[in-house]
Design a protein around this ligand. Structure first.
Ligand code: H79
Length: 504
């Protein structure tokens, strides 16, 4: 029996939710695959060699821990997030195959938008699934990379705007397990690796845009104007039959979910659409955070993509999602990786303004994070290994003048331009001020901002035995450091002060 949904779908479209014929085929194929896997793994008593190019079997499934219990308060719910500061964002999907090119032409824009930007009709785009076989994917390596880079949580695209689920969904066969030769669930493998590493794990899920479904937002080429879908019931049908059940799957089958990262909310603020997602999260994973882009209030504020606020934010906690080059999904023409120094600056800058840094990588269609990008992240990780105390669990700057100031120059909106200063940033813990220095003058003299507390001790972070001389010139306290300190990236000093609160 055809569902209403299928009748509105293009007739030659391969995958649609709840397609019973596909389901039956899947079961048969699955049994076959299981039999073959059984033979390959256990059935061979001789040392016969099998096809050496065959995809290695997935690691055996291990049990995942249950969801975490409801925290006592909103503050308690956010506690891990506030301490973590630095997370790994992963954008991985079918778009990593064209990697920025379509029909031999370079398609400008962010890589994961290629279907929209080229544009590629849904019937062509979904064919990519047949080629998706990331044989080098190794969940353990990705989680190890995040850990070695000093990241404390991982958020991966479970479904981006293209509508393709990167996990084994039972809601729609348009997913990596059923529709590709890879026939594995990388999100499950990542969830297991994260559990082994005590790494927090969460999902990006594009709730509004879904370019594969007639009722999803954003695919006006194949499915007409969004405004019509919004009012004729198609959007609500998509939300009820795909988006909500998929989010429920992710919340039920992948162990503890630290956060859900919704994105590009469209028409979420009506008919209880946003609240329906919120209710699912609260029902299945009461400790799971909701980002700031669901369309109804989440647990923290998400800034614009690649946007770091000029100054500390009052009130809600926040996070900047950012690219490590200029795209989220892999593009073969973008190798302009941010340097380790730039990443450390941005991280300390963000922490000093009271936020988190969610830094993205886009793995290739073979399942690999480009080497140069990894190597930069690992340099950041080495810096954090020595100086992480200035970042993890640290509070924002009690000052503010170090961020820069608005100047008289006006931008095209008539707004005053903010002239940033990047010489130093300050982060805090009770009784301690950490000054991370990014620009040390030749004389090594750093003017401290004005505050009254006595400085009881000053030293290079991690080396309390190496004192930093503090004296006073013209009533300004000055720290004396050597240029090009122990680590060229950034030089953090710790000032222990009397009292927990900075007195100005
Ligand atoms: O997942 C990443 C992006 O794909 C997603 N948010 C981050 C985390 C995102 N969705 N929408 N946007 C970002 C804004 C997109 C704007 C643009 Fe375009 C897409 C500019 C160029 C391509 C749409 C199409 C607007 C102009 C052309």
């Amino acid at each position: 029996m055809k569902t209403e949904h299928q009748t509105t779908h293009p007739t030659n479209c391969l995958y649609s939710p709840h397609n019973n014929r596909t389901k039956l085929f899947r079961i048969v194929a699955l049994c076959g695959a299981a039999l073959v896997a059984g033979i390959v793994t256990y059935g061979c008593s001789t040392n016969e060699k099998h096809d050496q190019h065959a995809t290695p079997p997935p690691p055996p499934m291990t049990a995942l821990p249950p969801a975490l219990p409801a925290p006592a308060s909103e503050e308690a719910k956010l506690a891990w997030f506030k301490d973590a500061k630095f997370g790994l964002f992963i954008h991985w999907g079918l778009y990593s195959i064209p990697a920025g090119d379509w029909n031999g032409k370079r398609v400008p824009g962010i890589g994961e938008w290629i279907m929209h930007n080229a544009p590629i009709p849904v019937t062509q785009y979904e064919q990519l699934a047949k080629q998706f076989d990331p044989e080098q994917f190794d969940a353990e390596k990705w989680v190890q990379m995040a850990e070695d880079s000093g990241m404390k949580y991982i958020v991966i695209t479970s479904k981006h705007h293209d509508g393709f689920a990167m996990y084994h969904s039972h809601v729609s066969p348009y997913n990596i397990y059923d529709a590709t030769p890879f026939h594995r669930d990388p999100i499950r493998e990542l969830a297991e690796a994260c559990a082994r590493h005590h790494m927090k794990f969460g999902f990006y899920y594009s709730q509004s845009q879904d370019w594969h479904e007639p009722g999803g937002m954003g695919n006006t080429n194949d499915f007409g104007p969004d405004a019509i879908k919004d009012t004729d019931g198609a959007y609500d049908k998509y939300l009820r039959e795909k988006a909500e059940p998929q989010v429920a799957e992710l919340l039920q089958n992948y162990g503890p979910v630290c956060l859900i990262w919704f994105d590009t909310a469209r028409m979420m603020n009506v008919n209880g659409r946003g609240e329906a997602f919120m209710d699912l999260v609260h029902k299945y994973q009461p400790a799971c955070l909701i980002d700031g882009r669901l369309g109804v209030a989440g647990d923290y504020v998400s800034t614009g993509d690649n946007t770091i606020p000029n100054e500390s934010q009052n009130g809600k906690y926040w996070e900047t999602p950012a690219t490590v080059n200029h795209t989220w999904g892999f593009r073969k023409d973008d190798t302009d990786w941010k340097s380790p120094g730039d990443i450390v600056f941005k991280l300390v800058d963000i922490v000093s303004k009271g936020g988190n840094y969610l830094l993205n990588v886009g793995p290739t269609s073979r399942g690999v994070v480009p080497q140069e990008c990894q190597s930069n992240l690992l340099s950041v990780g080495r810096w954090l290994k020595s100086y992480g105390e200035v970042v993890y669990g640290a509070g924002p700057s009690p000052f503010g003048e170090e961020f820069g100031q608005f100047v008289k120059t006006k931008d095209h909106n008539g707004k005053e331009v903010f002239l940033a200063r990047n010489d130093w940033r300050c982060t805090t813990k009770p009784g301690k001020l950490y000054f991370t220095l990014f620009n040390i003058p030749r004389d090594g003299m750093i003017d401290l901002p004005d505050f009254k507390n006595e400085i009881t001790r000053a030293y290079i972070v991690g080396e309390p035995q190496t004192p930093v001389l503090i004296d006073r010139t013209n009533d300004v306290r000055v720290a004396h450091v050597t240029r090009n300190g122990p680590n060229a990236i950034a030089y953090p000093i710790c000032l222990e002060i009397s009292g927990d609160k900075v007195e100005k």
